[in-house]
Design a protein around this ligand. Sequence first.
Ligand code: ADP
Ligand code: ZN
Length: 433
Amino acid sequence: MYWNPEVECAPREEIERRQFESLRGLVANLYDNNPFYRGKMDGHGVKPGDIRCLEDISKLPFMYKDDLRDNYPTKLFTVPTTDIVRYHVSSGTTGKPTLVGYTREDLEYWTESLARALTSVGITDEDTIQVSYGYGLFTGGLGLHYGAERVGASVLPSSTGSTERQLELMVDLGVTAIACTPSYLIHMIEVAGKMGIDFRRDTKLRIAVLGAEPWTDAMRKIIEESAGIRAYDIFGTSEMAGPMFTECGEQDGIHLSWDMVYPEIIDPETGEVLGPGEEGELVVTMLKKEALPMVRFRLRDVTAIIEGPCKCGRTSPRIRRITGRTDDMLIVRGINVFPSQVEHALLQVPELTGHYQITVDRIGALDVMKVEAEIDPDAFSDKMEDLMSIKKRAEGIMKKYLNIGVRIELREHGSLPRYEGKGSRVKDMRSMK
Ligand code: ADP
Ligand code: ZN
């Protein structure tokens, strides 16, 4: 099922032609009307006339999160504030939060993009969707809310928190879909267990749309099996509008609406554009945004473009699920480690759950990495030998996947923190010293 088949399944040549037209118009307009972009382009020695094909986008300078911070709150806006109909603020995961603004048309595109995305995971006007992302300054709640209303689903705007009440409502209303962070859904499943609610038996939930933080296929498997649902990844950032794009039914990469965004993957060190399949930093140019345009904005999220058509019939470009952010990458004894790799390795051990915390410290001259992991209560044993064997196995798997020694500390079920929004599972003590 497609929401907008003409766009979602457009022929490749048409996509490229129309993307180029949008890009050319965007660059000319910004150069003529906006001192920030004109200054940036002049500083880089590039004029709108130099953009003669899509690939010429690489001649344009990058934009960084700091450009938004330095021009806080509204200096980068290209419309008068009277044309702004909504503001949001980024979560501030990597520093001071940034402010974003939307015109009516901007909200319209965001909602259209979510209508396409929710349709592609199988949500229709017959679904009841619980939006358990934070409502308010964070983009997740309101974004998903309007997207779900657009497809005609019945929306339960529950936001985060009051988990027991949310679960009661889920059962009473026969909620069929939920949107939240993966961290929050595993927390909900656990609280449900304590309340005697079994997701498979007592709820009608069939689809989860999960994002706002990195999560792995191993975590997906745990969620899908314990809740008896299909779980899809959703991606977006406040600079793009908010959560916007999801996987389709194939669960094989996130489809990006080509009429709204032009993605590039670059080498984060050199800035050089990489080819399909090569992993690097995602850079986006938003082709339709009015209030706060984004040209070659460096997201710092690490992924790759997937080449070739998707089995679902959509022709829009796809990216692999996000491995992590360049700024979350840990360098431990000279080896690069993303928290998602730790998660992936850890969850190969069936006795461990999705609850874990990573700590990196420096003792003397040596980096040490510790992973605390909760044991599944069903696998819990008082026997020291059993626990030692789980620990050994987990450490062996870590070594194999990460190429460094990691100390595993087993923890009792329920002893590590739980998260209602984005999880925060990494503590790097080295940066605090
Ligand atoms: P902040 O950058 O302050 O966290 P946002 O609230 O805009 O601001 O969050 C966007 C960021 O969240 C993305 O850049 C990305 O790092 C992360 N993110 C969002 N969705 C996903 C996802 N599905 N997988 C991995 N990371 C995600
Ligand atoms: Zn697809």
